[in-house]
Design a protein around this ligand. Sequence first.
Ligand code: ADP
Ligand code: MG
Length: 360
Amino acid sequence: MGVDAGAIHRGAIMTGTGTRVVLTACAKTFPDGTRALRPTDLVVEPGEILALLGPSGCGKTTLLRLIAGLDRPDTGGAIAFDDDDVIGIPIERRSVGMVFQSYALFPNMNVRANVGYGLKIQGVPRAAREERVNAVLSLCRLNDLADRPVTALSGGQRQRVAVARAVAPQPRVLLLDEPLSALDAALRDRLRDELAQLLRTLSITAVFVTHDQTEAMAIADRVAVMREGVVEQADAPERLYRSPANGFVAAFVGGANPLAGRIEDDRLVTPAGTLRLPRRAAEGATVFVRPEAVTICAPDAAPLVGQVQVRTFLGTHYRLGIAGFGPDPLNVHVSASDAPGPGQQVGLDVDPDRLFVFDP
Ligand code: ADP
Ligand code: MG
């Protein structure tokens, strides 16, 4: 996607440098007693793209709805856009733009009318409205499609219209709830990069919900990993991957394996053999290893020995499921040229520095 430098410039001018969003002690308990969100502190920096990542039901949409003003946090929670307390401000006056999974475009309107809708509702005079719509259409590379009905657009074009419509009224914050999950896999891969680029072009503070780690890592500056109503860690993708805060984050981002076993000082005694740890650890500490951090070697000289149970060819590498480590097979990635097959005994080793040790 070619991005027009003039459009970027106009985008920065139109949307300013972005709004800081600060949530303090925000929790949400629904009337039926469901505690969808535990007390949460979270800051989204001006112009930052933050992903809320976690399994279904962990509270991502709940958190997004609190920022949007579609729901109110429990008593004691505070939400500020820059220095403005927005708790009492309903969605229509909070200056947020929203993009939903289905895009929810108005099917009976063309692209231009969809994009201009919010400005019209706000009562923006015609001349100013047209100017703004034209600028946003150009920013989102929709000029040539302006007069098309939205029913005659591809998935990628619809996504751009949905984002254009949401940002046209110059919201302070753009909120997106699973914008890619209704698409098929091939289209999703392509639109992921497009969306990442478009959001950067707009230089607007954005919070975007997904359950897909690849999507979160590809689009966001920072990813907040959630579990059961708690933000477990909010960090840049590289940091999440290299220094996960706990076993849940290690497993959810990058699929680290838990290693069952007993800690003895700086060793982990597993059912498959003994591994050296990077440091002494306390009893009850948990140890995780990424599939790509395990090396396969000859069984006789290896610290661990297991048996290949399944081998899946994934193009760039094989994924092996190796038995002998407890109830679940150990997931290991090996290069596509030298993968052992099912039934084979294999030796395994892990550089201690590539183990994650989490204290109890
Ligand atoms: P996610 O977006 O991460 O899939 P949600 O934020 O939608 O999760 O939901 C978090 C939890 O709150 C879930 O257990 C869900 O069933 C529950 N929940 C969501 N909305 C309501 C509601 N209006 N009333 C009661 N429980 C709700
Ligand atoms: Mg959701």
